[in-house]
Design a protein around this ligand. Structure first.
Ligand SMILES: NC(=O)c1ccc[n+]([C@@H]2O[C@H](COP(=O)([O-])OP(=O)(O)OC[C@H]3O[C@@H](n4cnc5c(N)ncnc54)[C@H](OP(=O)(O)O)[C@@H]3O)[C@@H](O)[C@H]2O)c1
Length: 246
């Protein structure tokens, strides 16, 4: 599991370990991973940066050698840079894509090879409701998550007939260090424990998408049916109302 050193990933790792899974956890902050591993005997730390393609391949090999075949990979790492609320910034945009999309690609390569050879396996990727379409202040983040949704759709169609289960996890606002910066109203803000509950139940189910909270997901899905002359002002108004209320 990537992105396990804090927030959603940390909570899901603990929940999966308590369900009896042996969980290989990864992220850059080794000390946080060690702290997590100390909380449950079934959690084992494999530190690494998802941008480092070779390290991701090594981790898959090391984890399988130490713990056995990976049956479920939860690719959950992600970054959001609040600076993008000020406007376009090329460095922020590139870094968002490098970590959010490049990091998933770096993990997918060794995972798909190993799982396809076995003819079974499950991969869940964390995107975001922001990936459904343009949200003010989220150009690079939302676009990187849109790319993940697209990738997961194609992976599902391609790899399901080969025995693999591919899922996309699309959260709304969850109270983690990623949303700590927020000085605006976050509709339907959810605790990390509730989010972890929903994700773990969804991972057991066969459906493609794990999207929550339901009402916010429905709002975004319904909004996408509108023509652009209605959709873009609606999204701009919703964002500035949240800003005023925050
Ligand atoms: N919180 C929300 O409202 C929300 C909403 C929608 C989607 N999401 C998504 O949910 C996922 C988890 O986010 P969170 O809210 O739990 O925030 P978080 O606590 O900041 O977790 C982000 C995780 O990603 C890891 N990470 C970041 N850059 C990395 C890199 N280069 N290499 C390896 N790991 C890296 C971080 O670990 P290190 O820093 O230790 O490397 C951390 O474990 C993300 O994909 C995020 O986009 C969150």
């Amino acid at each position: 599991m990537t992105g396990a050193s804090s927030g959603i990933g940390r909570a899901v790792a603990l929940r999966l370990a308590s369900q009896g899974f042996t969980v290989a956890v990864s992220a850059r902050r080794a000390a946080e991973l060690e702290g997590l591993a100390a909380e449950h005997e079934r959690i084992v730390s494999f530190p690494g940066d998802v941008v480092d393609r070779q390290r991701m391949a090594e981790i898959v090999k090391e984890a399988e050698a130490a713990l056995g075949p990976i049956v479920l990979a939860f690719l959950n790492h992600g970054v959001y840079f609040p600076a993008e609320r000020e406007g376009f910034d090329a460095d922020v945009a590139w870094r968002s894509f490098e970590v959010n999309v490049g990091g998933v690609i770096n993990c997918l390569a060794p995972l798909l090879a190993a799982m396809e050879a076995r003819g079974r396996g499950q991969i869940a990727i964390t995107a975001s409701l922001a990936g459904y379409g343009g949200v003010p202040g989220s150009m690079a983040y939302g676009a990187s998550k849109a790319a993940l949704i697209y990738m997961a759709e194609v992976l599902r169609m391609t790899y399901e007939p080969r025995g693999l289960k591919i899922q996309i996890v699309n959260p709304g606002f969850v109270a983690t260090q990623m949303t700590d910066y927020a000085d605006f109203d976050m509709p339907f803000l959810m605790s990390v424990q509730t989010a972890a509950d929903i994700i773990c139940k969804g991972l057991e189910a066969d459906r493609f998408e794990i999207a929550f909270p339901r009402r916010l997901a429905l709002f975004f899905k319904a909004a996408r049916l509108l023509p652009y002359p209605l959709l873009l002002p609606l999204m701009r108004r919703a964002a500035s109302r949240a800003q005023r209320e925050g």
